[in-house]
Design a binder for this molecule. Structure first.
Ligand code: GDP
Ligand code: MG
Length: 177
């Protein structure tokens, strides 16, 4: 119990990926359902806890946003420490952000070891479908290659598939713990 919230399960979840892919926008959708047009310049490490109901249990997800540290690839060990799941985020109209998923995956493995963390791949900005550069097939291949647990394509702007993605994480973490 903390801050008036009660839960049956508690999991730390972190958002990582290149700058500008929409991590802070996804974080804001999780926190209060809002979307801001301008870049989310998170000045400090932001986190927010929300309770999701899974099969009659209260699953608390504590979501951490990066504070823009991805620009310097300088993650503190503390950012990933204790995380049960990592959301590896790219932008479906930015191929480089997708190629860099490999690097982010390696960063996570180095800091966390090969086991024990659930990785979810998220391709954001599906509202820009007409300019899509990263196919769903390529992304699915990546999920298989790195043993990630799921692929979600989202739009933080249109609030598409974001809730479903967090519900999946809560369900999966509860099932595996
Ligand atoms: P971060 O650097 O990964 O935290 O990315 P931000 O959340 O700050 O978003 C970077 C830019 O992408 C901002 O201009 C957002 O408005 C925009 N953005 C974020 N999510 C979406 C989305 O789903 N669709 C579109 N079209 N733009 C988005
Ligand atoms: Mg950000």
């Amino acid at each position: 119990k903390s801050g008036g919230l009660e839960w049956d399960f508690f999991f730390k979840v972190v958002l990582i990926g290149d700058a500008d892919v929409g991590k802070t926008s996804i974080f804001r959708r999780f926190r209060n359902g809002s979307f801001a047009q301008r870049r989310g310049s998170t000045a400090e490490e932001d986190k927010h806890t929300k309770i999701l109901q899974v099969e009659g249990k209260r699953v608390a997800l504590e979501l951490w946003d990066t504070a823009g540290l991805e620009r310097f690839r300088s993650f503190t060990h503390g950012f990933l420490k204790g995380a049960a799941a990592v959301i590896l985020t790219y932008d479906i109209v930015n191929m480089e952000s997708f190629r860099n998923i490999k690097n982010w995956h390696e960063v996570v493995e180095k800091l966390m070891g090969e086991h024990g963390i659930c990785s979810i791949l998220v391709g954001n900005k599906t509202d820009l479908e007409v300019s899509r550069k990263v196919s769903r097939e390529e992304a699915e291949k990546c999920v298989n290659t790195y043993g990630m647990s799921a692929l979600f394509e989202t739009s933080a702007r249109e609030f598409q598939n974001v809730t479903e993605m967090f519900e999946h994480i809560a369900w999966k973490l509860k099932r595996d713990h």
